[in-house]
Design a protein around this ligand. Structure first.
Ligand code: ES4
Ligand code: ZN
Length: 324
C-alpha cells in the first residue's frame, strides 16, 4: 500500500509556496539577507511550530516570510518545493502565492513573480513537472489592497492561471471580495477560495455564489450542511483537503476524527494536499500515508483521490492526457 501511495502519479492543488520554506532554507536565506531571526538554530525554528489555531499559525507564517527579499529567494523556495514534489511523483501542481504579504514589505511584484516563474520553467525543463500559479488575496486585508495586487499582476496574466482567497477566515466573509473576483474573472483568471477551514459552511456558499469559485480550498465544514453537500456533488466542485494542516491547526482533534473518508463516501470530489508542508510536518505523500492509516482507506479510495486530483486541475482535457 505504501509503495502504491508514494509511487502513484498525482497532482497537488493546494500548496502555498511561502509555506514550503523549510527551516534550514529560512536560516540560510536570513543569513544571506542579513536578517536577524528570533530563533537560535534550525531546531529552535522547528520547536516554534506548534499552533493553537489558524491565527497562531499565520503569525509564525507571516514572520517566516520576512526573510524573503530577492528574486533569488523566491526562485529557491519554489525550486526546492518543485524538486520535493517531483520526488513524490507529483506530475502537476497549482501553487498559491501571497503577493500582498510581499508588496506591503516594499518588495516588487516583479521580483516575486520572476523568481517563482524561473523555478517553474526549470521545473518543467529539468524535472518534467508542470506547474501553474494562483495568486491569493488575503481576506484580512482591504478590498482596495486586493484590487491593487490584481492590477499589478495584469502584465503577467498569461502566467497566472487563477486567483484565490486565503489567510484569517473567521470574521472575514468571502462576499466582501465579490467585486475583486468579478474583475479577475473579466481579466480571464479562474477562481478558487479557501472556505470552511476554520469558518462556517456559510462561507462556502458565499465563495460559490459571490466569487464563483470553481474549487473550494479545505471546505471540510460542508459536512454540517447537507444542502451544500448536494450542491457540491451536483456541480462536481472539487474540495482541496489538507489533513495534516487540519490536525496541526486543531480543526479536528485527530486524524481518526477527520471527515475525509465520510466525504469520499458521500461522493464529494475531494483531493489530498499539503497546504504549508514546511510547517505542518509533511508533503503530499505524508498526508496520504497518514490518512490511509488513520481512516483505513483501501486501494480504491487512494486511487480515487489521485484521479480526483488530476480531474480537478485547471488543465485542459488535452493537457491532462499528457500528465498521466
Ligand atoms: C494558510 Cl492553512 C492556511 N489557511 C489560510 N490561509 C493560509 N495561508 C497560508 N496557509
Ligand atoms: Zn491553504
Amino acid at each position: 500500500m505504501n509503495e502504491f501511495i508514494c509511487g502513484m502519479p498525482k497532482a497537488e492543488l493546494h500548496v502555498h509556496i511561502e509555506g514550503t520554506l523549510e527551516p534550514q532554507l529560512m536560516v540560510a536565506i536570513a543569513e544571506r539577507n542579513k536578517i536577524k531571526l528570533p530563533y537560535k538554530s534550525v531546531e529552535d525554528v522547528r520547536r516554534a511550530y506548534t499552533f493553537e489555531d489558524l491565527s497562531s499559525f499565520l503569525e509564525i507564517y507571516y514572520s517566516g516570510i520576512q526573510v524573503l527579499l530577492t528574486e533569488q529567494d523566491f526562485y529557491e523556495i519554489t525550486w526546492n518545493y518543485l524538486k520535493k514534489a517531483s520526488s513524490q511523483h507529483i506530475r502537476h501542481t497549482e501553487m498559491f502565492f501571497d503577493p500582498q504579504a510581499h508588496i506591503t514589505r516594499g518588495i516588487s511584484f516583479e521580483s516575486v513573480f520572476i523568481g517563482i516563474l524561473g523555478a517553474m520553467m526549470d521545473g518543467e525543463k529539468k524535472l518534467g513537472i508542470s506547474a501553474r500559479l494562483i495568486m491569493c488575496f488575503q481576506r484580512c486585508m482591504s478590498v482596495a489592497s486586493a484590487m491593487e495586487a490584481l492590477l499589478l499582476s495584469l502584465p503577467y496574466r498569461e502566467w497566472i492561471i487563477g486567483v484565490g482567497l486565503d489567510s484569517y477566515e473567521v470574521g472575514y466573509p468571502p462576499k466582501k471580495f465579490a467585486s475583486v473576483f468579478a474583475r479577475a474573472r473579466q481579466e480571464g483568471f479562474l477562481t478558487v477560495a479557501h472556505a470552511g477551514e476554520e469558518g462556517p459552511s456559510e462561507y462556502i456558499w458565499q465563495a460559490l455564489h459571490y466569487l464563483k469559485a470553481l474549487r473550494i480550498d479545505h471546505g471540510t465544514a460542508c459536512i454540517q450542511d447537507m444542502q451544500l453537500v448536494a450542491l457540491l456533488k451536483a456541480e462536481s466542485i472539487p474540495l482541496t483537503v489538507c489533513p495534516l494542516s487540519n490536525i496541526k491547526l486543531h480543526i479536528f482533534d485527530s486524524l481518526k476524527m477527520h471527515p475525509l473518508k465520510k466525504m469520499l463516501d458521500m461522493g464529494l470530489h475531494v483531493t489530498i494536499n499539503s497546504d504549508d508542508p514546511a510547517y505542518f510536518g509533511g508533503y503530499i505523500n505524508e498526508n496520504l500515508l497518514a490518512v490511509q492509516e488513520a481512516l483505513r482507506l483501501d486501494h480504491n479510495d487512494i486511487y480515487r483521490l489521485a484521479r480526483n486530483s488530476f480531474q480537478a486541475t485547471f488543465q485542459t482535457a488535452k493537457e491532462k492526457m499528457t500528465l498521466l
